[in-house]
Design a binder for this molecule. Structure first.
Ligand code: HEM
Length: 420
């Protein structure tokens, strides 16, 4: 028999209340809200293509009222970038009301300077260009093995064969997690990643809680091992910093963030890139004729169909952006996927074009102090995967429906059925 839900699970469920979740409840009786594009973003039909809704948000104004007082929304590039870069805005801070501490602690993502700066400095050395160059050979070898597998199968699901196991193996190696179980980690990642949208019910809370507990147990054991017997990996670096630069209670959330952010996103960058190339055969032909275009495919996918669609900031002190006065304590949802389609910034933004030269200033990795620490690694993995697929399987084609994930913050395909 299932055990009754624990108090901690209940607290966890409550702690995930987000603007989108509140909107869902209110949608049922408030017609005005029902018309609001943000209220519709989380609804099933829009998972296939949320971009027209972002255009509606932008059409309402560069900064527009969300569904609750004090919540603002923007799909305008210059506003989103300013909010992400400005020190007048911060991320969810532990001392903010509405966010209880200790349940799902998103580590760096919900810290502000100076604590953020202190912790980020510990993690940053693992992602230097020199480190990246050292990983390239082993990533290429892994990808080739996975493509051999795909070729043998003839018809295969790219997500299961390559997009998921590649980043899981790479980030596990980098951290020093031995024998990572890709299927198990995929389940943990899905449970924790989908929780970013808000908890949808008790089963969802239970799954997220179970994933979090399992990862905490694993990291507690591994950190103790590395403290006794350090190796050349990230966990050994963290274990050495414990109590000094990293406070004990900050350790497990940081490990979890590095692991889950390391694969929940990259899996979708690879999936979304190949998905778009299959939907745009002319672009796929360009790439197979010249596989060295792979880095441009990565940048255009990050702009056109980014794995993280939105984030948010809290106003730390009264400030003005484009004549709009923000008051301390208000929130702004920055729709990264909408900023990336802003016609003021990108010419013909709804065209997927791997030869574009104007896409470098996309916001897929955010901007400012929280700019994605793993961006060089994500780019490297995706570039190698896309290049090798184009070289080895030029007649790749879609062979079935592509189900999208039913999530709002994270965007990606659940399966990508292909034939060689
Ligand atoms: C395509 C893949 C990826 C995408 C689209 C992505 C996206 C993002 C975004 C949008 C943020 C900032 C969120 C905000 O400003 O509120 C972020 C932060 C972060 N990402 Fe990534 N990410 C990717 C891959 C990775 C990888 C491979 C790692 C490696 C471990 C990673 C680790 C992190 C960490 C630790 C942060 C927090 C940084 C901070 O708060 O200072 N990400 N990522």
């Amino acid at each position: 028999m299932k055990s009754p839900i624990s108090r901690e699970e209940l607290r966890l469920a409550r702690s995930f209340a987000t603007e989108l979740y509140v909107a869902k409840a209110r949608r049922q009786y408030d017609a005005r809200i029902r018309k609001h594009p943000v209220a519709r973003v989380g609804l099933a039909p829009w998972h296939d293509n949320p971009y027209p809704l972002y255009d509606e948000v932008r059409a309402r104004g560069a900064i527009t009222q969300g569904m609750q007082r004090g919540y603002w929304v923007s799909a305008t590039h210059d506003v989103c970038k300013q909010a992400l870069k400005s020190r007048a805005f911060g991320t969810i801070a532990r001392d903010q009301p509405g966010r209880s501490s200790g349940e799902v602690d998103l580590s760096l993502l919900e810290m502000n300077p100076p604590d953020h700066t202190r912790l980020r400095r510990v993690a940053a050395p693992a992602f230097t260009p020199r480190r990246m160059a050292a990983y390239e050979g082993s990533i290429e070898k892994m990808v080739r093995g996975m493509v051999d597998d795909a070729e043998r199968q003839g018809t295969f699901d790219l997500q299961h064969t390559l997009s998921a196991p590649l980043p899981i193996t790479v980030i596990s190696d980098l951290l020093g997690v031995p024998d990572a179980d890709a299927d198990l980690f995929t389940r943990y990642g899905t449970a924790l990643g989908s929780a970013l949208d808000g908890i949808k019910g008790m089963l969802h809370a239970r799954r997220a809680f179970a994933a979090k507990t399992a990862l905490e147990e694993m990291f507690t054991r591994l950190l103790a091992e590395r403290e006794r017997d350090p190796r050349d990996d990230m966990l050994s670096i963290l274990a050495a910093e414990k109590g000094d630069t990293v406070h004990p209670e900050e350790m497990l959330p940081l490990c979890q963030l590095l692991l889950v952010a390391g694969f929940e996103t990259t899996v979708n960058l690879i999936g979304n890139a190949i998905h778009q190339l299959m939907l745009h055969p002319d672009q796929w032909r360009l790439l197979t004729a010249d596989p060295s275009l792979a880095p441009q495919v990565v940048e255009e996918t990050l702009r056109y169909d980014p794995p993280i669609q939105l984030t948010s900031r809290v106003v730390m002190q009264d400030t003005a952006v484009r004549d709009h006065e923000f008051r301390a304590g208000e929130w702004i949802v920055t729709i990264l996927g909408g900023a990336n389609r802003d016609p003021e910034m990108f010419e013909d933004p709804n065209r997927f074009d791997i030869t574009r030269t104007d896409n470098s200033d996309h916001l897929a990795f955010s901007s400012g102090v929280h700019y994605c620490i793993g961006a060089p690694l994500a780019r490297l993995e995706a570039e190698v995967a896309i290049r090798v697929l184009a070289e080895r399987l030029p007649s790749l084609r879609l062979v079935g429906k592509v189900p999208m994930r039913r999530t709002t913050v994270i965007r990606g395909v659940r399966e990508l059925p292909l034939a060689v």
